[in-house]
Ligand binder design. Structure first.
Ligand code: HEM
Length: 404
């Protein structure tokens, strides 16, 4: 067991036994800043499979794949309904469908399943390809870029505007808002203000679509069938804010970690350039090796689970990026292996499994196809190593690349 300061020990609830305590500050741990995935993987060796960290208000953390899969199937115990942070961050708005548990969740989830099904998002492919190429045009001749700010951030914001049917000439404004909304360093007042601003813009668009439908996701959601009625204005806000939040930061970081991996592996780059048909498989393995979000749950009732006493109200964090390195679930988990059969945990499992995964996969596939076709072998800038940030999201904050 680690040694704790008196201040830290004060925060440990009485039902947590000493052998399950492991102090891990997901936001500030220096090893998270060095290499977030290596740190996540180390938890499988250094901490109990379910451990309690007293940092950041105190919470249970779970690292094993099968345990996470089982917990996601027990929403009556490990609930999304009061998972907390998501709702606070959005000024009290209920994010749909993520902040509700089954059976109510099913009603809210069904319309998104239809709208974001693989064949529904396939129509976006030409736009994604065009956007990717526009971004590549801007950096190609320079022989260098900061992948994060030049490519990874603008791509999903532009796509969100397109999907939601919002004018892409508001790109700069939205990008700035998205950056502020997801920044771990922003103060709570600024964050709340930013969400208000985003909500204001989305509200404007929803009201415009209430007057006149267009060929876009928000128009189709307005006509969605929620057990025989259409979503009301608050519900539309809950949907649209979650789509905004869910699809930006996640894709930005997934792309950035994936490209960092390729920048350090010339052999893999060459293989994918020579055989673009391997890209969809590579996307999955890059997603496994570089999970990007840890997912909160709140304990809904006292329960002893896998020998651990959970108490109602306890916070639980499912460390999906760690679970992807679980040796019980993946053979040689640290290796990049094309064509693995095991399903990774990056999109989670259970009723809340990412509904945007078809879009995310499409974005990444098209991006890698165009990038590898047009950009010569690229590597990390030897003068400027990438920078990372910890937190619920594993983030890249700068990724300078060079080529030619
Ligand atoms: C690589 C990119 C992405 C990753 C890693 C990711 C990850 C996740 C994860 C782990 C969950 C489950 C949350 C939970 O169990 O509580 C989730 C849910 C969700 N994601 Fe994604 N996501 C990505 C892209 C997207 C995109 C592009 C969209 C929007 C189109 C999106 C929209 C959503 C929504 C709406 C939910 C809530 C689903 C529900 O509650 O039923 N995600 N995502």
């Amino acid at each position: 067991m680690q040694a704790f300061s008196a201040q830290t020990s004060d925060k440990i609830p009485a039902h947590v036994p000493p052998e399950l305590i492991y102090e891990f500050d997901i936001a500030r741990d220096p090893r998270m800043l060095e290499d977030p995935h290596a740190r996540m993987r180390s938890l499988l060796f250094e901490a109990p499979p379910i451990f309690y960290s007293p940092c950041n208000g105190g919470q249970w953390m779970v690292t094993r794949k099968q345990t996470i899969v089982d917990m996601t199937m027990k929403p009556e115990v490990f609930s999304n309904g009061s998972a907390g942070e998501k709702k606070d961050a959005t000024g009290g708005l209920t994010l749909l469908p993520i902040s509700v548990d089954p059976p109510q969740h099913t009603m809210y989830r069904t319309p998104l399943n239809q709208q974001l099904a693989a064949k529904s998002v396939a129509g976006l492919e030409p736009s994604i390809r065009a956007m990717t190429n526009e971004l590549i045009d801007k950096v190609l001749a320079a022989g260098r870029c900061d992948f994060l700010s030049d490519i990874a951030e603008p791509l999903p914001v532009t796509l969100f505007l397109k999907l939601a049917g919002m004018p892409t000439n508001r790109l700069a404004e939205f990008r700035e808002l998205a950056l502020r909304a997801s920044s771990a360093t922003v103060d709570p007042a600024t964050r709340a203000e930013t969400f208000k601003h985003i909500a204001g813009i989305l509200a404007e668009t929803i009201m415009a679509r209430q007057q006149k439908r267009e060929d876009d996701l928000l128009s189709r959601l307005l006509d969605a069938n929620l057990d025989g009625r259409n979503p009301n204005f608050q519900e539309m806000m809950g949907y649209s804010i979650l789509l905004f939040l869910g699809g930006l930061d996640t894709v930005v970081n997934a792309l950035s970690f994936g490209v960092r991996r390729l920048a350090r592996d010339q052999e893999l780059q060459a293989k994918l350039r020579a055989e673009p048909g391997l890209i969809p498989g590579a996307v999955e393995e890059l997603l496994r090796l570089h999970g990007v979000v840890c997912i909160p749950r709140r304990v809904a009732r006292d329960e002893v689970y896998q020998g651990v006493q959970f108490k109602q109200g306890d916070a639980v964090l499912l460390l999906l990026p760690a679970a992807n390195y679980d040796e019980a679930a993946f053979s040689n988990p640290e290796q990049f292996i094309l064509g693995r059969k095991e399903q990774h945990q990056t999109f989670n499992t259970g009723p809340h499994r990412c509904v945007g995964l078809n879009l995310a996969r499409l974005e990444m596939k098209v991006f890698y196809e165009e990038w590898l076709k047009r950009v010569p072998p690229f590597r990390l800038d030897p003068q400027a190593p990438p920078k990372f940030m910890g937190g619920f999201s594993l983030s890249v904050t700068s990724l300078p690349l060079v080529w030619g």
